[in-house]
Design a protein. Structure first.
Length: 110
């Protein structure tokens, strides 16, 4: 399987785990805690597979950059947490940075 499929799985698992953290409520709710543990477990497992072929810096840039944006979208949908214009602009710059790496960098391992 292509490393970028593993990376997509890692990102989605990390987003699920991170968004579930809010629902854990200081470890008082076990179901979301299971999502957190499983989500981060899958995320890091997939990330180790990605790093077999994709440089660490590139893998982490894509993973964290897209994760930030996806967590923000999920927080808006699930918790009604809205971002202001500076936050959205900052995230747009992160996405642009990830696109530059993927489209133009020879380091990206295509």
């Amino acid at each position: 399987m292509n490393a970028y499929y593993y990376l997509a799985i890692a990102i989605c698992a990390e987003v699920i785990a991170t968004v579930s953290l809010k629902a854990v409520k200081g470890l008082s709710t076990p179901q979301p805690l299971l999502l957190v543990i499983a989500g981060y477990g899958v995320a890091f497992w997939m990330l180790t597979l990605v790093m077999r072929t994709v440089p660490v810096g590139v893998a982490y840039a894509v993973w964290s950059g897209l994760g930030i944006v996806m967590v923000s979208i999920a927080a808006l949908v699930l918790y009604g947490q809205k971002l202001d214009i500076p936050a959205m602009l900052g995230m747009a710059l992160i996405v642009i940075g990830v696109l530059v790496i993927q489209l133009f960098s020879k380091t990206a391992g295509h």
